[in-house]
Design a protein around this ligand. Structure first.
Ligand SMILES: CC(C)(COP(=O)(O)OP(=O)(O)OC[C@H]1O[C@@H](n2cnc3c(N)ncnc32)[C@H](O)[C@@H]1OP(=O)(O)O)[C@@H](O)C(=O)NCCC(=O)NCCS
Length: 207
């Protein structure tokens, strides 16, 4: 029997039909929101299950943007921009949360792992777009990688060529210009270690 026809799942928890019967209006709202979210992401090459966006999502460029399962975008008071130029890839893993006003722009490659949290107004880019001394010259992009379980605070800027290691925390307002070690806490301009965090706090450890 499929989920849709089960009022109660074998484990005793209410199945999909049970949830709809209990709260038909809420279920309708959720279904509508899931459909509207998917519509907003229609220019992405693939979108995982249970993708949700609150507010306005801007998807831009001719590149490849992929979103994993359970990605949530809270763009309620400022739009969120996901951009990948022609030939570029922007890959966002599962369980990623993106807050209002975030802009992520790939000229070549930006990879964001699973369960990453991205604070308001954060900017992530793999190119400077201009060259110091000759702003008309477009520099070579350098890939950015943000590994699983990273937390970027509000107003963080991540610049080209940077890898932020698994479980790292980037403090509010930091400008990340160099690689960040897994599990570390960095902050400031340019971002430097503030203090270390125990690796045991990382999700998935010991599993
Ligand atoms: C990174 C953070 C979590 C650390 O918090 P904490 O563990 O309580 O750290 P503390 O306040 O004890 O600060 C530790 C040191 O880092 C410094 N520090 C803290 N935040 C900093 C920041 N954003 N930039 C630069 N330095 C910072 C402190 O001055 C302190 O330095 P000291 O040891 O020389 O006195 C917190 O500072 C932060 O940036 N939070 C982000 C909040 C946010 O953006 N939320 C997302 C909303 S969407």
């Amino acid at each position: 029997m499929s989920d849709a026809t089960q009022a109660v799942s074998p484990a005793g928890s209410p199945g999909l039909a049970g949830r709809v019967l209990r709260d038909p209006l809420g279920s309708l709202r959720t279904a509508w929101q899931l459909a509207a979210s998917r519509w907003q992401a229609r220019r992405c090459q693939s979108v995982g299950r249970l993708f949700r966006v609150w507010g306005k999502l801007v998807v831009d460029g001719g590149g490849i943007i992929t979103l994993g399962d359970r990605v949530r975008i809270r763009a309620s008071h400022l739009p969120v921009e996901l951009a990948a130029g022609s030939g570029a890839t922007l890959t966002i893993g599962s369980g990623v949360f993106i807050n209002s006003g975030v802009s992520i722009g790939a000229a070549r490659s930006i990879t964001i792992g699973n369960n990453v949290a991205i604070g308001n107004y954060t900017l992530i880019m793999d190119t400077d777009f201009h060259t110091p001394g000759d702003h008309t010259k477009v520099p070579e992009p350098r890939p950015v990688v943000i590994e699983d379980d990273v937390w970027l605070g509000a107003r963080v800027t991540v610049l080209k060529g940077v890898t932020i290691g698994r479980g790292a925390t980037v403090a509010a307002g930091a400008v990340v210009t160099r690689n960040v070690a897994a599990g570390s806490i960095v902050g400031g301009v340019p971002a430097k270690p503030l203090k270390s965090s125990p690796p045991s706090t990382l999700k998935g450890d010991g599993e």
